[in-house]
Design a protein. Structure first.
Length: 269
């Protein structure tokens, strides 16, 4: 019961965040690039979270972050999970030299931490958000391939898969037969990748890598910390903390979807 309640609460939080991202143009009281308001207004009136040093409405920027950050997380997670799954199934289907080749490349990608490589290549890829997304996808599939490859190697020995191979089934046929067995692991990895992609995007934005005009949570955090007086008075409470809390809540809700708890409240193995 507790496990189901936690997952339902996490799913509800994620759905609310996605709805806010979709409805952002309607919900936002101002355009994120609107400079017409006085700078550093405290929360109140039309500005629920006040304004930043440029006179932009912080609440509108926060709502824009729901759309940008979550969209990037979903795109990166979907593409990297798809690539990793296809490569894992290919290892089980072709075996021999193909398996050795794919796993050798996978190990090379795994050796260096993803975020380090992503930061390095994203810095030279250009300021466009599409370039940053492509870099994150390209360097995020290796962990998925390694995990799913072991499962695929076991599944391929089942009778239904062996029968498909006996009938000269192709890679697509084998993948279709494997999917019901691989789906739980793929879904879990997809959810985990969403959280990682959101953190990666925030990290890159915080470091000033990528599109400077992108209204993500990471950019809002960077803009707040770039203001020298952020910790004077209570400015940080309505400018810095909201995007940090949104990012933490998003990643935490994703993590809770993949956790299993026993009746005592401890995470089960």
């Amino acid at each position: 019961m507790k496990n189901a309640t936690v997952k339902k609460a996490a799913l509800l939080i994620l759905l609310i965040m996605m709805v806010m991202g979709i409805a952002y143009p309607t919900l936002a009281p101002f355009q994120p690039d609107d400079f017409s308001s006085p700078a550093l207004l405290p929360p109140g009136g039309k500005h629920l979270l006040g304004t930043n040093k440029m006179g932009q409405d912080i609440f509108s920027a926060l709502l824009a972050g729901f759309r940008v950050t979550i969209s990037i997380a979903l795109i990166v997670s979907f593409c990297s999970t798809l690539i990793g799954t296809v490569l894992a199934i290919s290892c089980a289907f072709y075996r021999r030299w193909m398996d050795r080749f794919i796993m050798s490349v996978t190990e090379i990608f795994i050796i260096v931490p993803e975020i380090i490589v992503i930061m390095l290549f994203a810095a030279f890829a250009g300021p466009r958000v599409a370039d940053v997304v492509m870099v994150m996808i390209f360097f995020s599939w290796s962990r998925i391939t390694r995990i799913l490859r072991g499962k695929a190697m076991v599944i391929i020995n089942q009778d239904t898969l062996q029968y498909t191979l006996l009938l000269k089934g192709n890679l697509f046929d084998v993948g279709r037969k494997m999917w019901p067995y691989l789906y739980p692991a793929v879904a879990t990895l997809f959810i985990q990748q969403c959280g990682r992609a959101a953190v990666y995007e925030a990290t890159l934005s915080f470091l000033g890598i990528g599109d400077p005009a992108l209204k993500s949570w990471g950019r809002t955090i960077k803009a707040a910390l770039d203001y020298e007086g952020i910790f004077w008075g209570h400015t940080y409470l309505w400018w810095l903390l909201p995007p940090i809390l949104c990012l933490i809540l998003f990643v935490l809700a994703l993590a809770l979807l993949t956790f299993d708890f026993d009746e005592s409240g401890e995470r089960s193995d």
